[in-house]
Design a protein around this ligand. Structure first.
Ligand code: NAP
Length: 281
């Protein structure tokens, strides 16, 4: 039997329709004032530029507005911090997205952590991470939160399951592992120093690939019946997992493209609408 496709693209589309209604209601109750996301792009990396554009377009589709901040490749940490503080103080800005990665001379962690908690709609601050980890209200890191939303939408059972997360980055693997733990999965986190990765992956009921290397995780390492989530996206439409051979042996999988990617952007705009609702209504 072929695996269930965890279709992030259509789930994001459906959620956008609901979000449009929420934005319309907000505008009606607040003299036309729309939720506003500030996007900050530092430098000229073309991929980052594309991601920011996609996020601004998603805002537009649901009737939100965005403030586009573009800073040069030479920007210093101090200059970026000053811009973030200005947006923190701007009552017309409800959420802040600082596009990762920033140029190497910038202290990215300091800049992420300067974002006010109530505007951290991309879920990048240490405070937000800590609150999420403790199961307190917080905006989740957008990609893993989007993955949790897709698993929930498709009623994927997590409690008591063995989840294996490959990758431990601050924006993806690490928060992903904590979110799965909070959902009562038993979690193994793998990284570049992990020994015998294939045997750990073989134990996964739920597998999340967040490695950043095209098709690094081989189909033969994955047990039959696993739920397979591929966070990777590379040129040519490849993910971090060799997906093609498992479409008949897995229980469910996220396609690349059309799985995790659309849910990341959708989670960002959802969380920005939530932030605006707290301020405006
Ligand atoms: P990252 O910061 O480069 O982290 C990669 C992680 O993989 C690190 O924790 C690293 O371990 C681990 N790793 C590297 N080589 C490994 C190996 N041989 N065995 C096991 N683990 C290994 O990447 P990221 O930002 O988390 O992104 C991961 C993937 O998700 C990428 O493909 C990226 O394009 C994709 N992504 C997608 C979205 C989306 O919206 N769809 C958003 C963000 C990222 P160490 O910690 O030991 O170095």
């Amino acid at each position: 039997m072929s695996a269930l496709i965890l279709d992030g693209k259509s789930l994001a589309k459906k959620t956008e329709a609901e979000l449009s209604n929420r934005v319309t209601a907000l505008k009606q109750a607040n003299k036309g004032q729309a939720p506003i996301l500030a996007t900050i792009l530092v430098g000229s990396d073309p991929a980052s530029g594309t991601y920011v554009k996609m996020k601004q377009n998603a805002c537009k589709r649901i009737g939100m507005e965005s403030i586009a901040v573009e800073l040069s490749e030479q920007t210093t940490t101090e200059q970026l911090l000053a811009k973030i503080n200005e947006l923190n103080a701007n009552p017309n800005c409800h959420g802040i997205l600082l596009q990762h990665p920033v140029p190497a001379q910038i202290d990215e962690r300091a800049c992420f952590d300067a974002i006010a908690a109530e505007k951290d709609v991309d879920g990048v601050t240490c405070l937000g991470f800590g609150r999420m980890a403790m199961n307190e209200p917080a905006y989740g890191s957008a990609t893993p939160q989007g993955i949790m939303r897709i698993l929930e939408a498709y009623d994927i059972e997590l409690s008591g399951k063995h989840a294996v997360v490959v990758g431990r980055s601050p924006i993806l693997g690490k928060p992903m592992a904590l979110m799965l733990l909070n959902a009562n999965a038993t979690v193994t986190i793998c990284h570049s120093r992990t020994q015998d990765l294939p045997s750990l992956i073989k134990q996964a009921d739920i597998l999340v690939g967040a490695v950043g290397r095209p098709e690094f995780i081989k189909a033969e390492w994955i047990k039959d019946g696993a739920v397979v989530v591929d966070a990777g996206y590379h040129p040519g439409g490849l993910g971090d997992i060799e997906l093609e051979p498992i479409i008949n042996s897995a229980t469910a999988y996220t396609p690349v493209p059309g799985g995790v990617g659309p849910m990341t952007i959708n989670t960002l705009i959802l969380q920005c609408v939530m932030a605006a609702e707290k301020k405006l209504v």
